[in-house]
Design a protein around this ligand. Sequence first.
Ligand SMILES: Nc1nc2c(ncn2[C@@H]2O[C@H](COP(=O)(O)OP(=O)(O)OP(=O)(O)O)[C@@H](O)[C@H]2O)c(=O)[nH]1
Ligand SMILES: [Mg+2]
Ligand SMILES: [Zn+2]
Length: 346
Amino acid sequence: MPRITEEFEHQAKKQSFRYDKQNQSKIVRQSGKLPDNSEEGLVVQSIGKDFLVKVSSNDEDIQLVECVTAGRIISENENSSMVAVGDKVGIIIPKKNKDGLSSGKIVSVHKRVNCFSRTTVYKQSREDILAANIDKALIFSAAVEPEYNRRFIDRLLITAELNLVEPAICINKIDLLYDEDLTDDFEIYKKLGIKVFFISALKEEGLEQISNFIKDSVTLLCGASGTGKSTLINGLSGKSIQKVTDISDKTFKGKHTTSATRMIEFGWGGNLIDTPGLREFALWGLTKNDAALYYHEFDEFSSQCRFTPCTHTHEPECVVKDAYEKGLVDAQRYESYLNIFDSLEE
Ligand SMILES: Nc1nc2c(ncn2[C@@H]2O[C@H](COP(=O)(O)OP(=O)(O)OP(=O)(O)O)[C@@H](O)[C@H]2O)c(=O)[nH]1
Ligand SMILES: [Mg+2]
Ligand SMILES: [Zn+2]
């Protein structure tokens, strides 16, 4: 049976050692020999340091194994979260012994095709991966309770484009508010070619658009707490598989109900990854000078700026800034750009 062992062994000569900064007790190598008894699996859930790995020898024989990471681990991914939902991993399945079943051990992590990351909230300049190997991202917000924040949405859109993930914006709770002001506020995204869905997860309105979007793909579901992500999962599956809690009566903020990142597979061929509500989202992997490239409505003006490169913030004869002043560029988007530009390092 062809195994990733061969690929790793091939590279064994250029072994590199490093410590995982998150967990000083682990030795991480980028290549090496895997134990003979390791099996291939897919990480379908993560909560803190505990993972659930799906191992399937064929479609009927599926096993879910609780795992932690081994003390020595081979990861082909550099300087990032060690293991994330969506990662393909090698694990050692525990044997039953007289004390019951012990945890499995993740011994290797395959190279990721892509991932969706932010900068860690607790420590600067470390990549925090929300999920790995994803095709699409459903950027989830609510019309009200809690009200959406377009700058937050813009950060997630940039992250999707940076990682070659197809984004869509979903505005939930339209049973509470659905008017022209709301739909007008998202016209600009439609003009930019981004899909925008207006739904009510609770009343199960508009869910067909979502199932069409996520069909035959792995889609990350991400957004602030209390917006209704888990309610959507329950609506799509027709079952109460994810816990849902009311938002705070006073602040209209969510209560951070979902604590695990979990991939849910729907029988009809879509996979949706429910995530804990995001409190903040600091961009990862984007430099100050590249930020404007992700605001595509600037494209038609930026080539005419007097200076190249132009940051479109203060330069004289900047055609983008001029277009903003004349109302030719969406004001909120230009201000969102300035906000992101200021938050990034050179
Ligand atoms: N009115 C209305 N309420 C909704 C809708 N969708 C969800 N809710 C309510 O919003 C609250 C929060 O829903 P959750 O599904 O727990 O939100 P979440 O995004 O998963 O929150 P976290 O797990 O904390 O990130 C619950 O009281 C839901 O019943 C909707 O379409 N309309
Ligand atoms: Mg939830
Ligand atoms: Zn300019």
